[in-house]
Structures are given as C-alpha cells and as structure tokens.
Write a protein that binds this ligand. Structure first.
Ligand SMILES: Cc1cc2nc3c(=O)[nH]c(=O)nc-3n(C[C@H](O)[C@H](O)[C@H](O)COP(=O)(O)OP(=O)(O)OC[C@H]3O[C@@H](n4cnc5c(N)ncnc54)[C@H](O)[C@@H]3O)c2cc1C
Length: 352
C-alpha cells in the first residue's frame, strides 16, 4: 500500500555524475534535497572508462570545480595516473585527463553526499512521476513510498529503458549488471516528456595476471601533475602505469568475417553513438585503410586486477570477442572478467 514518506524542495532522480552535482549544488544553496539511486554502492559510477577529463570533458570538470562542484576534488583524491593530452598541438586542445580508481571514487562521492547538510541520499527506484493538484511533483518508488517536491531533476543517465546488446543476445538492463529503469521510462512517456535514444558501448575488462606486458609500450603519468581542482588542496599522485598495444590484420579479418553478427551492422541497434566511443568494428569499417588501431590497457583501481581495454569497445558476440582479443600482442592468453557490450537508452531531451 502506498504511504507518504517525505516532502523535499528538490528531488534528484539519479546519483551519477550529473545527479551528484545537481543534488550538492541545490543543498549548498539551502534547499532540502532528496537524491534517489537504484544502487547505493555505485554512486558516481564510471560504467565505461575509469577516467575523468580528456578532450573537452577536462574543461567541463574544471568549470564544475570553479562553480563549487565536487568532481574535480574527487578526481584529484582518487587519481591513479594523470596526463595532459595533445601537448603536441595548440593550447586550445591541451586536455587534462586522469585515470581514476573507480571504486574509491564512488565511495568518496557517496561519503560527501552523506555528510552534506540538507541532502538525503536514498536507494529506491522511482517508478512513477506525477503532478499533484497544487502543482508539486510526486515520485512513487518501487516499494510504494510517495515523495513530493517543488522540482524534480532527471539525471537518470543510461538506465532509462536501457537495453544491452552482445551479438544476437539483447535484454533490458542498465550499466554494470544493474537493472534498467523501465517503469520510469513509461511514466515519462505518459507525461509527454520527449526522449531521444542514444547508443553507447564499452570494452571488455580483463585480468592483469593474464596479460603479457613484456613487449608492450609502457605509458607513465606526467612528472608534474596539474590537479583538476583550483583549490589545490589535494596533490594527485601517479600510482600505476598504462600500456599500449595494437590490433593487426588478423584482428581485422576476424571482425570483418563476423560483422553480420554485430547488432550495430544487422540493424538491431538504431540509436546514435556518441562520437567519442566508437566500437572496434565501427572503426575497422569506417577507417578500412588502417591496418592497426591503438589500444590502451588501463588499470581500474589500486586494489583490483581488472584492466580496461580502451579502444576495444564492441557489441560482437562473446565467442568472437574472445577470438579477436587473443590476436592482439600481450592479450594472447587473456582472461576476460567482463564482456564488452553495447547499450541503448532513451534520454529526456526536455521537460515541461
Ligand atoms: C556502456 C557505457 C559506455 C559509456 N561510455 C562513455 C564514454 O565513453 N564517455 C562518456 O563520457 N560517457 C560514457 N558513458 C556514459 C556514462 O554513463 C556517463 O558518462 C555518466 O555515467 C553519465 O552520468 P550521469 O550522471 O548522467 O548518469 P549515470 O552515471 O548513468 O547515473 C544515473 C543515475 O540515475 C539513477 N537512476 C536511474 N533511473 C532511476 C530511477 N528510476 N530511480 C532511481 N534512480 C535512478 C541510477 O541509479 C544512477 O545513480 C557510457 C555509459 C555506458 C553504460
């Protein structure tokens, strides 16, 4: 049976990077804020690359910091390796990018939110959003609690009606094995909130002990690290290296032979892909003249052996993924801990 749980000034649905900053900013301006998340253990999750910054995104993080946000400080406190990219090009494109300990980053952000006056963080799935007679917003959770607020901020990331694709297999799902917010997606549709479906994807994660680093190029961080935060309270440290390897003609052959099994090419996926994370099969087709593509092998954290294969995002079936990974120098005997996947999710593009 539904029960009335609480009234806030502002409700933020989502405790990802957007929801965290929205919730903290509203609370720091004096509002009473409730922030809702599907999974309390993955606040500020990095479902793809365990890194912060890079071209254009690095500028955004520093702008958030200048406005009193938390992301820059959290990144500085949890850096594994930091570099300024594009130093060979003009200053407009110099980009600060840091490899981040994703588990520690998440714990750091959760703790900041727990300590923030005026903010409550709640693990509950919002399944319905309605307008009350007096013009307030009402959120109903899966466990039938009713929360009201003057304003609701949707920061639902890739969970809203999310769908996962690996070859011929597809199912409803959010990132990292979490469930998709299907009920809220339907509720927004009823409210007439327009959405646009986006496509994204992520590479496999592999066990460090199964990678042969002996012939790979090692990449260390910059000797002098520029922090993201202008406060300069935390001086980030380089703790772990990354490594570089390349695909080759055999990788290309396997991908081209199996393109028909990729949902990207069979027409199963219709969403637009963000320009910054094309899949390896997409790159092989679009840049067919290239014989090899660069792959960065990056650490996911200080206390895990999981490594991220930047540049190898894929939606090919699991058996094909294994075959193509094992053509790459250093990955001949690789053990995959998490299979690469593509996902699509509708994102709200405006609300009344
Ligand atoms: C496979 C994959 C690859 C990606 N690749 C990249 C990339 O290369 N570069 C990049 O910048 N971004 C990438 N992204 C996007 C990435 O998700 C975002 O960069 C970042 O996580 C977005 O932050 P966010 O705050 O908007 O949403 P998210 O981090 O997705 O957070 C959404 C939050 O909303 C909550 N939520 C959703 N629905 C409900 C509900 N009904 N009730 C309660 N809580 C709810 C979730 O629990 C979560 O806390 C990728 C995402 C995925 C899944």
């Amino acid at each position: 049976m539904q029960y009335f749980a609480k009234s806030y000034d502002v409700i933020v649905i989502g405790a990802g990077h957007a929801g965290i900053e929205a919730g903290l900013a509203a609370a720091r301006l004096g509002a009473q804020v409730g922030v809702f998340t599907i999974n309390m253990d993955w606040v500020g999750n990095m479902p793809c690359n365990p890194s912060i910054g890079g071209t254009s995104k690095g500028h955004l993080v520093r702008e958030i910091d200048a406005l009193g946000g938390e992301m820059g400080k959290a990144a500085d406190a949890n850096t594994l390796q930091s570099r300024i990219l594009n130093l060979g090009k003009g200053p407009a494109v110099h980009s600060l990018r840091a490899q981040i300990d994703r588990r520690r980053y998440s714990e750091y952000m959760k703790h900041v939110m727990e300590l923030q006056d005026g903010l409550e963080i709640v693990q509950a799935e919002v399944v319905d959003l309605t307008r009350t007679g007096d013009g307030r917003w009402q959120c109903l959770t899966r466990l039938e609690a009713v929360y009201q607020a003057d304003c609701v901020i949707l920061a639902t990331g890739t969970f809203l009606g999310g769908r996962i694709y690996v070859g011929d297999v597809s199912y409803d799902g959010g990132p990292d094995g979490m469930f998709a917010a299907t009920a809220l997606a339907a509720s927004l549709k009823r409210l007439g909130v327009p959405t646009r479906r986006f496509k994204t994807g992520t590479p496999a994660r592999v066990n460090r002990k199964s990678v042969d680093f002996s012939n790979l190029e090692r990449q260390d961080g910059d000797p002098h690290i520029v922090p993201f935060s202008f406060d300069g309270e935390i001086q980030p440290q380089n703790k772990l290296p990354c490594y570089i390897t390349y695909t080759n003609s055999e990788t290309k052959r396997i991908i081209l032979e199996n393109l028909h099994r990729s949902p990207l090419f069979s027409g199963k996926i219709d969403g637009k892909g963000p320009r910054y994370c094309p899949s390896i099969e997409d790159k092989i087709v679009r840049f067919s003249e290239k014989e090899r593509h660069q792959i960065f092998i990056e650490p996911c954290g200080e206390h895990t052996e999981e490594m991220y294969l930047q540049g190898m995002s894929s939606s090919l079936p699991e058996d094909v993924q294994l075959k193509l990974l094992r053509t790459v120098p250093g990955l001949e005997h690789v053990q995959v801990m998490r299979t690469a996947y593509a996902s699509t999710a509708p994102a709200p593009i405006s609300a009344r």
